[in-house]
Ligand binder design. Structure first.
Ligand SMILES: NC(=O)c1ccc[n+]([C@@H]2O[C@H](COP(=O)([O-])OP(=O)(O)OC[C@H]3O[C@@H](n4cnc5c(N)ncnc54)[C@H](O)[C@@H]3O)[C@@H](O)[C@H]2O)c1
Length: 412
């Protein structure tokens, strides 16, 4: 029988990347019934009626919870738990809800014997990630964390070249990811607020993960300075962050993140990574422009999507729909490859408990899939980043032995 998929959360990432990928896997016969659950019926109604989903997948279907056509819009924050409990064991649960809710949702899925794909960041503390790892291993279940930049061909190319010694050793670098200003008016203002998260936690984690993915280095300290700003609903968030992450070879990465990229700017954001390295008595350089991928368009009409501009620099690499003359459209890009990869790893983890546990160890060691065990440095950086930002930008240090811990640096 085909494996059922339940997507928990019906927001931006579900609309833009996860649902289209899963529906395409359904079209290809790789997965079975698909459901999406949000807190409100209106959220899943918007997904059901989304023009891109309707055009892309006219013959595929998914079930919406709560009832999208009901006039009752009372929030149902616990509904997803009942739906997880009703799934056959070893189904696929995709957690795509706000960062601070991931832990409870992932643990609920594991306790009901489901494999999990969770959007980044998995959780906000190392202790929670450890609990998830233990529960998943005890039951022989995969937890894959969706860091889609890992599946961008440029990241894979950099990883191979770095690991073949072509860049020498990373010493100093910068990364930036500024999302558009209009994000402030989205559902973000209800959860990406100062007490829960910040711009670095939300988007900076991508580049921290990439540095490890490319180099194998581990982060050892975080200094995160955040500027509070008001959302349209009056709530406050650290919407501008300047963060320094140091690594176990002494290297330093400066990461700037914000919700500030001009709505009239071309492309959906501005982002990129520069790494300065050294080896063999020479300097080396890796420089990725991750938003400008060589395309520049100027339209006669302004696209009717959020953030649409007359002049655009679109990225064809993350996600796009291609018309290959078939019924519906074909979703391509590293966003698609990433979700497909994780779900396939889950579905290939079968057999006895001992066999599944052996495979989990293999996935941890292979380290292409981000798992709780092999990417805990991300949770440590999240934890250290939150500690630092809430203490006015003081340095927070990460220790790995005997147990991974985070604390403010002491000055004598
Ligand atoms: N680049 C990336 O990898 C990337 C991009 C965007 C978002 N994300 C991550 O995805 C997650 C969601 O982000 P988003 O942009 O889709 O946010 P969003 O605010 O657009 O959507 C969040 C969704 O979660 C749902 N939700 C909240 N509580 C729920 C509950 N109790 N039960 C069921 N649904 C619930 C909301 O209804 C909403 O549909 C975050 O963790 C974010 O960090 C990752």
């Amino acid at each position: 029988m085909s494996t059922a998929v339940l997507i928990v959360g019906g927001g931006m990432i579900t609309h833009d990347q996860i649902l289209p990928t899963v529906l395409q896997m359904q079209r290809r016969g790789e997965v079975g019934a698909v459901s999406v659950v949000a807190q409100h019926g209106r959220t899943v109604k918007a997904l059901r009626d989304a023009p891109s989903i309707q055009r892309g997948f006219p013959s595929e279907s998914f079930t919406c919870y709560p009832d999208p056509d009901s006039s009752d819009q009372t929030p149902q924050p616990e509904l997803y738990k009942k739906l997880i409990a009703a799934l056959p064991p070893h189904s696929l649960v995709i957690v795509a809800m706000p960062d601070q809710l991931h832990f409870e949702a992932v643990m609920t899925a594991l306790r009901h014997d489901q494999h999990v794909c969770c959007v980044k960041p998995l959780v906000l503390t190392a202790a929670e990630s450890r609990q998830i790892e233990q529960e998943a291993f005890r039951r022989g279940l995969v937890v894959g964390i969706e860091y889609h930049k890992r599946f961008d061909d440029r990241s894979l190319r950099a990883r191979t070249a770095y690991r073949n010694g072509m860049f020498g050793e990373f010493r100093i670098g910068t990364a930036r990811l500024m999302e558009k200003w209009y994000y402030r008016s989205s559902n973000f203002q209800n959860w990406c607020t100062a007490e829960n998260s910040d711009a670095f936690t939300y988007i900076g984690c991508h580049y921290v993960d990439l540095i490890h993915y490319i180099t194998g280095l581990l982060p050892v300290s975080v200094t995160s300075y955040g500027i509070l700003d008001k959302y349209p609903n009056g709530r406050e968030g650290y919407l501008w962050c300047d963060t320094r992450v140091t690594w176990n070879n002494g290297a330093a990465l400066n990461v700037q993140t914000s919700l500030s990229y001009p709505d009239d700017g071309p492309g959906p954001n501005t982002q990129g990574l520069t790494m300065h390295c050294s080896g063999d008595g020479k300097g080396a350089l890796l420089d990725h422009s991750d938003q400008y991928r060589g395309l520049s368009y100027c339209f006669v009409k302004k696209p009717e999507c959020a953030g649409g501009t007359y002049y655009a620099e679109p990225s064809p690499d993350y996600f796009q729909y291609n018309d290959l003359g078939e019924q519906g459209l074909t979703a391509v890009g590293y966003g698609v490859r990433s979700v497909e990869y994780i779900l396939r790893q889950c579905m290939q983890t079968t057999g006895t408990l001992a066999e599944r546990q052996a495979r989990l160890k293999e996935l941890d060691a292979r380290a292409i899939l981000a798992t709780p065990a092999n990417s805990r440095y991300n949770e440590l950086v999240m934890e250290a980043g939150r500690l630092s930002i809430l203490n006015g930008g003081r340095e927070a240090v990460i220790a790995y032995e005997p147990e991974p811990t985070v604390g403010l640096k002491e000055y004598r």
